[in-house]
Design a protein around this ligand. Structure first.
Ligand code: FAD
Length: 369
């Protein structure tokens, strides 16, 4: 490094809801930063959602800070949200650079430029890099679809795909389809696929159906549960996994066809279907299938942070009581992670992260005075 290399006060990685919120609040505080985003266009993960997900299907997208609400309409979410983010970035003049995929973040060591004597961070993307005092990680989960491992998977003669690659219901016409997973995505996809072909739904735990309206109190209670996990350094569970499921009008036709009569998780996959082991004298059940859809969720996309050794003994990245500061390295804020993995949580986390960054910078400045 040469002594002329500029040092930023912060680098935000990711320009989804969480990264944009963080950037907005950093800017309000006058904190010098850039936002590095791997996608070629604005929209975060929303630009990649399947075509049949409309603004009526989503569970409510919180408006970005200091912006209008998104309209509820039949418009595709993968069009409406990216357009909204595009306007937002422009209106607020946010310093987003793209496409920039960050490969790794490393401790750069103290440098002559860092008056406070604290270590700097180096954010690397191919042959480019940025030197920064603090980091806000906002990389979401979309790039890390999770598929569990089951015996016989490799021998299945049909097609297996994750919701990440859902091509629309028509793709499955005429092929008996097993949908795996107990979350909102499984419910939505069954609502579509069951109308064009025979389906089988399997989940590890019996689904918990919400009969009441989803109140703000229930939402807060669900988020608090995930917050507690992250505070203890456990891998975060998805917020949706603790909010319960609800059928919407667009899923009633599939319900009438029996699409939500759920079976427990199968034990193995065979070339032409899925099988349950024999239990208590009962013969093993077999359901023929030509397709399996894994609606089994996503994991946080944080591999590029590995050199910072943020993970604790319990496998998760432990966050402070504020819900965004990494306990193992308070220069690092995580937003859209664990309890803040919803649009409303991401907004709030962005604000807290900017506050955490400001606190670190002030403390570093005091130490150098
Ligand atoms: P993302 O939107 O995923 O943005 C992450 C950004 O980081 C991307 O732009 C990506 O390019 C970038 N990135 C990733 N890795 C790197 C890297 N290494 N270097 C540089 N950039 C990188 N929440 C709700 O509140 N309401 C809903 O109705 C709702 N519906 C959902 C429906 C589906 C199908 C799914 C999967 C999620 C849904 N959620 C919903 C959750 C919500 O979408 C997310 O919590 C929120 O949008 C995530 O925002 P984010 O900024 O954390 O991540």
């Amino acid at each position: 490094m040469t002594s002329e290399e500029p040092v930023l006060d912060s680098v935000v990685i990711g320009a989804g809801q969480a990264g944009l919120s963080a950037s907005y609040h950093l800017r309000r505080r006058g904190i010098d930063h850039v936002v590095l985003d791997a996608d070629a266009a604005p929209g975060g993960a929303w630009q990649h959602r399947w075509d049949s997900l409309t603004m009526q299907d989503v569970h409510g997208i919180a408006e970005l800070p200091d912006a209008d609400r998104l309209p509820v309409s039949g418009e595709r979410a993968n069009v409406a949200v990216p357009a909204y983010f595009t306007d937002y970035e422009r209106a607020h003049g946010l310093p987003v650079l793209r496409p920039v995929r960050v490969d790794r973040v490393v401790s750069a060591g103290p440098t002559p430029l860092d008056a406070a004597g604290a270590d700097l961070l180096r954010v690397q993307a191919g042959d480019r890099s940025w030197l920064t005092r603090t980091l806000v990680n906002a990389t979401g989960t979309w790039t890390r679809p999770y598929v569990p491992s089951y015996p016989g998977m490799a021998e299945f003669a049909g097609e297996q795909l994750h919701t990440h690659d859902y091509p629309g219901a028509e793709h499955f016409r005429g092929r008996r389809t097993v949908v795996v997973g107990g979350g909102a995505s499984a419910v939505q996809l069954l609502g579509e696929i069951a109308l064009v072909t025979d389906t089988v739904w399997v989940t590890r735990r019996p689904p918990v159906w919400r009969t009441d309206d989803f109140t703000p109190e229930a939402g807060r209670a669900a988020v608090a549960l995930v917050e507690e996990r992250v505070r203890r350094g456990l891998p975060p569970a998805s917020v949706v996994s603790v909010t319960g499921l609800a059928l919407r009008p667009q899923e009633r036709a599939a319900e009438a066809l029996g699409a939500y009569d759920r079976l427990p998780m199968f034990d193995r996959i065979e070339p032409d279907g899925v099988r349950w082991d024999a239990r208590e004298g009962a013969p093993g059940r077999f359901e023929p299938a030509q397709a399996i859809v894994w609606a089994t969720g996503f994991r946080p996309a944080v591999a590029h942070l590995a050199p910072l050794r943020l993970r604790g003994a319990y496998g998760g990245i432990q966050l402070d009581r504020d819900g965004t500061t990494a306990v193992a390295d308070p220069r690092v804020q995580l937003v859209g992670y664990g309890p803040s993995a919803s649009t409303i949580g991401a907004n709030r986390a962005g604000r807290f992260a900017a506050r955490g960054v400001a606190a670190w910078l002030e403390q570093a400045a005091r130490a150098s005075a």
